[in-house]
Design a protein around this ligand. Sequence first.
Ligand SMILES: Cc1cc2nc3c(=O)[nH]c(=O)nc-3n(C[C@H](O)[C@H](O)[C@H](O)COP(=O)(O)OP(=O)(O)OC[C@H]3O[C@@H](n4cnc5c(N)ncnc54)[C@H](O)[C@@H]3O)c2cc1C
Length: 323
Amino acid sequence: MSSFDAFINRNDSFGPSEKLEIRRYSKVDEILFDAQKTAYGVRYTQHGFPKIARALKEVIVSAGTYGSPQLLLRSGVGPAEDLAELKIPAVVNLPVGKNLQEHAYLPLALSLDDISSDNVYIQERDLTEGSIAEFLDAGEGVLTGTVSRAGQSFLASSVTLAEGFPYWPDIQFTLISQDFPGELDEKVVRAIKPDRANPNQTVYMYVYLGRPKSLGQVKLNPKNVSGPPLVDFQLLQDERDVQIFLDGIKMALQLFEDTQAYRDVGAKYSESPVKFCEHEVFRSDAYWRCYIHTFVTGGYHPAGTCPMGFAGDANAVVDASLR
Ligand SMILES: Cc1cc2nc3c(=O)[nH]c(=O)nc-3n(C[C@H](O)[C@H](O)[C@H](O)COP(=O)(O)OP(=O)(O)OC[C@H]3O[C@@H](n4cnc5c(N)ncnc54)[C@H](O)[C@@H]3O)c2cc1C
């Protein structure tokens, strides 16, 4: 079901009302403020024509992690020093665009001896006319699995333990029982695949930072303020994130090498270092640090550029009533 059917195209009291009008193909360029700094509408462009929509009550900004700060900054809502640099008249000085966070993750690859379809999905083998028919006719078979997210667990690193929050996990494990995950760059897959594996024997564990400490920023591009914003995640800038990854890698290796379940399927982590980190002693902390800095990647969950907080919180952009 689409979001449109779930939330808008409904035949109940939550369904479409005369109050809702959607203007498609419209890009908002600026929020309009009156002299009292009250937002009274937006200026937008539709099919190349500039237009204005006036608000009867309020303007709600929900343009996403990159779009919301971009729109607010263009409209003069943002850090005073950044707006001054961009020569945009400031309406309100707020930390818009700061506090960018991302669930960074690190892929680890291991090989399996038991590559039955219960353990690993291999597209060339498992996506067949028969498996499609089995799924469509009976709702059964290999296609009912969640290969790309086969298992999840949440763990506490030494960082959260030291902070006194043992029951607030900051590591997420995601098991990908797929021999070639689509979201990973092909070069990364080739670099981290265990040396002994043939192309069809690999599964992956993604170690995620559940509560990243590093903070990035979304800014307008001073050379083109109406173009795409500049996004800087600053991944691993906070050393605690590296420590959380180190703990996560060691926990994952323990799982692969010291548990009966993984022994039963002949799981093995690589016996030799990845090419980029050969200069470090294999499996030492220095080696893993190199691995972390080489293979860390964004997990498609950017957030935090317009954070909510109590009135007076210097890091907040909106309060609990979205003001
Ligand atoms: C590849 C990928 C996989 C993901 N997988 C998952 C998952 O499995 N589970 C999960 O929970 N989350 C997942 N996410 C994250 C999830 O999609 C986002 O957290 C969520 O969509 C954020 O919703 P949003 O409404 O804040 O922003 P968005 O979904 O980004 O919506 C913002 C909208 O505003 C529009 N917009 C921006 N600027 C303007 C403007 N100036 N004028 C008019 N319109 C504008 C954009 O076009 C967009 O339609 C994934 C994200 C990606 C990219």
